[in-house]
Ligand binder design. Structure first.
Ligand code: HEM
Ligand code: HEM
Length: 229
């Protein structure tokens, strides 16, 4: 059934998006500031770690428009979009490429952070599990991958501005209200309370695993008796 107003993004997807954007932007700011802000950097980074896990579940069991199968960017779809022949709602094939790259880069960036060090006083929670050379390589990747993140976020904001000015299409409103104004099919499946409960539980589990709080406390060497001369 087609309608003139479509429920495009359900509340969990909208909360997921804006909280991911806030966590990633504040993780970048705190990481660049360094010093005492590194404690907050770790917390914000951990918030970001759980998000791709949450989105993975919604990509398979969420409402129609949130499913990977609805917007998976096959070469045929990308070519049709570039020819101006793609008709659909939700992420267009180019936006879909950037969405998948964003999710992958956030997961990669945060996972390298767990192994990284700032060579001063702050180490990721899994720092002690590997040797210094691997720590330094992870730190290098952590510094490099953030540039990919800058490019992807800049591409997203530029694409939104392009759609607003040239195509007269507001992409931000549906990401705030959930509603897309235009003809199309209403979502027909997915996004149940069970999906929500399962995706939240998985995200929390990933955050807990990444926090390293389950690791045994490091053994502090026994202090040798001091001589009081
Ligand atoms: C670090 C910052 C950001 C990250 C990591 C990010 C990530 C994402 C992701 C993963 C999606 C896909 C949503 C989904 O299908 O679940 C998305 C879509 C979207 N984002 Fe962002 N985002 C960021 C910043 C922003 C900003 C600042 C804006 C507003 C200017 C914005 C507006 C949108 C819109 C409108 C969509 C839907 C695009 C479409 O209809 O295809 N995002 N973003
Ligand atoms: C998506 C999430 C994250 C983003 C966007 C991010 C971003 C950044 C940025 C921009 C820097 C500064 C790099 C520089 O000075 O050139 C940084 C440094 C750092 N981050 Fe993250 N980070 C994230 C997650 C994490 C996590 C979860 C940890 C683990 C605790 C972590 C650990 C570190 C460490 C140890 C440094 C210092 C590395 C250095 O001195 O270059 N990060 N991060």
């Amino acid at each position: 059934m087609t309608a003139a107003r479509i429920r495009l993004w359900e509340l969990p997807i909208r909360i997921f998006h804006w909280s991911l954007a806030a966590a990633v932007l504040s993780a970048i700011a705190s990481g660049l500031t360094g010093g005492n802000w590194m404690i907050w950097h770790q917390r914000l980074g951990l918030v970001a770690v759980g998000r791709p896990a949450f989105r993975l579940v919604w990509g398979f069991a969420g409402p129609t428009h949130a499913r990977f199968s609805s917007f998976w960017p096959t070469p045929g779809k990308v070519a049709a979009y570039l020819r101006g022949a793609w008709r659909g709602i939700g992420h267009n094939p180019l936006a879909a490429l950037s969405v998948l790259a964003l999710l992958g880069t956030v997961a990669f960036q945060a996972s390298r952070g767990l192994l990284a060090n700032d060579d001063i006083a702050f180490n990721g929670p899994f720092y002690a599990l590997i040797d210094k050379a691997t720590n330094d390589a992870a730190t290098g990747w952590h510094r490099t991958a953030v540039n990919v993140l800058y490019l992807l976020v800049a591409r997203q904001v530029a694409a939104i501005a392009f759609h607003a000015r040239i195509k007269r299409q507001n992409l931000i409103r549906p990401m705030i209200t959930g509603w897309h104004e235009g003809q199309g099919a209403q979502p027909t499946c997915g996004g149940s309370r069970h999906t929500l409960a399962f995706s939240l539980a998985l995200a929390l589990l990933v955050v807990y695993a990444a926090s390293g709080t389950w690791l045994p406390a490091p053994v502090t060497p026994a202090t040798s008796p001091t001589m009081d001369w």
